[in-house]
Design a binder for this molecule. Sequence first.
Ligand SMILES: Cc1cc2nc3c(=O)[nH]c(=O)nc-3n(C[C@H](O)[C@H](O)[C@H](O)COP(=O)(O)O)c2cc1C
Length: 192
Amino acid sequence: MFAWLVNMKFIVAVTGTSGVVLCKRFLECLGEHATYLIVSDAAYKVAEYENVDMAELKNLAGRVYGEDDLDADIASSSNLVDAMVVVPCSMKTLSAVANGFCGNLITRAAENILKTGKKLVVVPRDTPLSLAAIENMKKLKLAGALIVPPNMAYYYGPVTLDDVTDFFVGKVLDALDLEHNLYSRWAGEDES
Ligand SMILES: Cc1cc2nc3c(=O)[nH]c(=O)nc-3n(C[C@H](O)[C@H](O)[C@H](O)COP(=O)(O)O)c2cc1C
């Protein structure tokens, strides 16, 4: 299904916003890559409401941390990783990362990624968006992060909720330059 030449190391964070299943699907699709998963306290609560089995999700990761594990290896930028993905990302975590407020392991790790010039992919979920959220996204974009909101598209012909989930996760994989076949790419106008 996937064609990667080397294994990479990813920090993955899941926060307390709707769409926790996006993190589960993302981890499934990362295959053999090394994953360091950080779960916020609120993510556990949302997972319950959305019938996502957090034990199953955590089993997909190589290592798992809580948001208070500030003495973890990945709290330091001396622990070399390739990129970090916050999927899905709450408006609270978005704000903390955008403003350099390193109050937990997720925001500390994200700060490390930004200050070392590595790739940070953020999947913010909320609607409608507040002015603060829009400004925080702008700040993160200017800091070099990729903002990949789980926005619907219809052109590829989704039928099931899994199709929609795969489209969003495919966009995250695109942001990381990882090959996949989770959705059909636009191939241009059919001239026949
Ligand atoms: C069922 C449920 C759904 C939520 N959905 C969202 C959401 O879509 N976006 C958001 O920003 N916050 C959402 N929240 C609120 C966050 O969980 C809350 O702001 C929390 O403090 C986020 O903490 P975290 O960023 O540390 O995970 C939701 C909360 C619950 C209980």
